[in-house]
Design a protein around this ligand. Sequence first.
Ligand SMILES: C[S@@+](CC[C@H](N)C(=O)[O-])C[C@H]1O[C@@H](n2cnc3c(N)ncnc32)[C@H](O)[C@@H]1O
Length: 371
Amino acid sequence: MEERGYQVFAPEEDEPDKQSDVFFNDHMIENRDISEAAFKVASNIIQSDEIHTCDALSASGIRGFRFNEFSDHLVLNDVNPNAVESIEKGLEANGIEAEVTNKDANIILTENRNRFHLIDVDPFGPFTTFLDSTARAANHDSFVGLTATDNAVPAGSYKKTCMRRYGSTPLKESFMHETALRIYIHEAFRNFARFDKCFEPKLAFQHRHYCRVIGRVTESKKRTNQQLENTGFLSFCPDCRWRVLEKEKRDECELCGHGVANAGPLWIGKFSDRRFTEKVLEEMPAEWEDGREIVERVDSEAEIITPFYDLHELCSNMGVSSPKRDPVIEKIHEKGYPISRTHFSPTGFRTDAPLDDIKEAITEVRKERAG
Ligand SMILES: C[S@@+](CC[C@H](N)C(=O)[O-])C[C@H]1O[C@@H](n2cnc3c(N)ncnc32)[C@H](O)[C@@H]1O
């Protein structure tokens, strides 16, 4: 098999899973496309003469092969001996040199304290059990990419598991995938902070069954203290659908006085950095369509903080049928508010406009369409 010109040695399966001899999921190509472009950009930001890269849960090795171009030392690791065989075949076929190890990811990362400038952690399920060792292995100036596939947990389907695994309360509402992404970022930040390392998200997104968080790591107590300001809670009014991300929990809705539901602790700052996502897009060829579409969307919404609104949710709350999304976006824009679509949902939009003005815009668009 091939991906983006690299040969891959893994069984062809419709639905690869944990039981596969060697795991290779060709549907995750957009994750690897985005990760390659993001790490390439990162390699130019990092202040180091040499870039040491670790693909800690490498499976067939495809992800690591794609990091070769901008890495001076590449470590590809997997606990599965069959995977290691595939990695070695792939390295030879693709003419790539790397150190290959067959260890638990926590061991290889812990053995390489402060060494790596680029670390990829792409496990089955949550990344939580690899965070401590990743924080140890991360250089004082580095980037880390984390994938999590247990999205149902921080998205609110398993509240107790979420509290146990992330120490956080989820909220199963229309923006639950954003809540999940913010819980993941908070978890990464907290774990790095314990090592006086600051993890700041540079490009994070949710897609299909997974979330991906790529962040910059700097060793700085001062910076970590400053970024603590980006940890807090999401308050949401189930009555009028008002929402806010703030340092402290609210009791009452600012608009209607109804009691609110809270999620968190979670990340309340930007989940992506536009200066970074723009550079990532420059590294993504036009034919990497799916990945580009995700990054373009994330790029357009990166500066707006309020959790996204779902148009159908708001219309059902107002007791009216839903007009088309784009005229509503245009109307809110005409009112002078920044607004964008969101990568989280085709019927969603992101704006810091007050909820009353958003509802007014929906009413105006409906009237114009009717008249
Ligand atoms: C989702 S796959 C990785 C896919 C790969 N990154 C890609 O993009 O194709 C997860 C891999 O982690 C490996 N793995 C699971 N637990 C591990 C551990 N504790 N240490 C190292 N590897 C582990 C599995 O053998 C499997 O190959």
